[in-house]
Design a protein around this ligand. Structure first.
Ligand code: NAD
Length: 437
């Protein structure tokens, strides 16, 4: 099939390269000239394991091209909308200006029978509104909403072999055409039995926000338990292991720590609350306010713990932050708990050095006032406290004995509960985890 992918960020670039890998002829379009230049040259503009190889392979096949010119979308049978939907400044609601701009720019090139398939995460009601607009600007074209569930760090596998597809389609005859087009796009993963659910627009939009709200709630639940464990002298890690063995609960997403961040969960739960308010259903989601509040408290808590471990004040203390990305295997620092905590520590008088294997460039762009050092050993040198905030493999594997000789004081905060407390304590460190005695 001929496919266009509008917006080539974390979602769109992987989607475009993956669709070419599945055998389609794909053009990826973005307004960011630098990004398109890099992608055209086979360079991934962000860190995502497997993406450079996938890009090279797809570009070499001749089935993948990139462009800044929307006119190049003409001729595609399916157009995927993958632009950003960030939080509006000073409000909880999602900012739909990129979706609207991309949609308006695209529709002159959409032909009758084409499918425009939204993948961006949008407030419920957006697809219905865009479908009405499409009926006027490109009669005979069909709108579908096909939310994306990829996880950064696993984006390639999640796109090529997702755990499910959700198609939000219009009612009537157009629905069959939309389903047929998307089935053809995803023929390879569907042939291996990947479930797909065909629903109406509103349900498709809500599936995505509901899934993210559930995940955010699970994380904040265990972080709330961590607060109680702290107060009671209990161990939240053992608690999570024990309750996680109940398969109605499950152990995944029950890791207490410094909480969630990134370009999705925080803004998605806020946009969901804002939209529910507009619909008169705000009471249904008041719990998400608490989920958000618990999550933000984790960042203050880790700062407080660092102050305590440094003897009550951060003034003049050298603190090393291990990890800047919001999660390992990504260079994404959008709403990163690590950087947010690092900035708070700096404000309280600490000299903060942040290290990360992939995210330093992005981190510098967001928080230029913090200190940065790419080599872990150099970053650790002379520290009064190490604070692990992103669980990259290399930080999990740090040897407490070897690291001892580098620091001024042997204090470590394990903001992700991934280190072995006994090993660190045996090596003479003061170890503190989140919700662990
Ligand atoms: P991103 O900021 O990395 O990418 C958005 C891209 O859209 C940018 O490259 C930007 O230049 C481009 N863009 C903006 N306006 C445009 C226009 N008018 N025409 C063409 N391109 C335009 O964002 P992202 O992380 O890829 O997220 C995109 C959407 O996907 C969001 O709605 C997000 O919530 C959703 N999503 C993201 C993930 C994820 O893990 N990143 C997962 C699932 C869903």
């Amino acid at each position: 099939m001929r496919i266009s992918v509008i917006g080539c960020g974390y979602l769109g670039a992987v989607h475009a390269a993956s669709m070419a890998k599945l055998g389609h002829e794909v053009v990826g379009i973005d307004v960011d000239q630098n990004k398109i230049k890099e992608l055209s040259a086979g360079t991934a503009p962000f860190f995502e394991p497997g993406l450079p190889e996938l890009l090279s392979e797809s570009l070499r096949s001749g089935r993948l091209t990139f462009s800044t010119d929307m006119e190049d979308a003409a001729g595609a049978q399916v157009h995927f909308l993958c632009v950003g939907t960030p939080q509006k400044k000073g409000e909880y609601a999602a900012d739909l200006r990129y979706v609207d701009a991309a949609f308006t720019a695209l529709t002159p090139y959409v032909q009758p029978g084409d499918v425009v398939a939204g993948k961006s995460t949008v407030p419920v009601g957006t697809a219905a509104r865009l479908a009405d607009e499409l009926a006027e600007t490109a009669p005979g074209a069909i709108l579908a909403w096909n939310p994306e569930f990829l996880r950064e760090g696993h984006a390639v596998a999640d796109t090529l072999t997702p755990d499910r597809f959700v198609y939000g389609v219009p009612s009537g005859e157009a629905s069959e055409a939309a389903v047929a087009a998307l089935d053809e796009v995803y023929a390879t993963p569907l042939s291996t039995g990947t479930p797909r659910q065909v629903v109406d627009y509103a349900t498709a939009e809500l599936v995505k926000t509901a899934a993210n709200s559930f995940l955010a709630t699970k994380i904040s639940f265990i972080n709330a338990m961590a607060e109680v464990c702290d107060a009671a002298g209990a161990d939240v890690t053992a608690l999570a292991d024990a309750i996680g063995l109940d398969d109605r609960i499950g152990r995944k997403f029950l890791n207490a720590g410094v909480g969630f961040g990134g370009g999705c969960l925080p803004k998605d739960i806020r946009a969901f609350m804002a939209r529910a308010g507009e619909l008169g259903a705000d009471q249904a989601l008041t719990f998400l306010r608490e989920v958000d509040a618990i999550n933000m408290r984790r960042r203050s808590r880790v700062v407080e713990m660092t102050r305590e471990i440094c003897g009550g004040s951060l003034l003049g203390k050298r603190v090393t932050i291990l990890g800047a990305a919001f999660k390992p295997d990504s260079d994404d620092v959008r709403d990163s708990p690590a950087l947010s905590a690092a900035a708070q520590m700096q404000l309280q008088g600490a000299t903060v050095t942040v290290t990360d294997p992939e995210a330093l460039q992005n981190a510098k762009g967001r928080f230029p006032e913090l200190g940065y050092e790419p080599v872990t050993e150099h970053a650790i040198q002379d520290a009064h406290a190490l604070v692990l905030l992103t669980e990259w493999k290399e930080y999990r594997a740090l040897d407490p004995v070897a690291v001892s000789s580098l620091v001024t004081e042997k204090n470590i905060i394990d903001g992700r509960n991934v280190l072995d407390p006994a090993a660190w304590r045996e090596a003479g460190w003061t170890y503190r985890g989140m919700g662990r005695p």
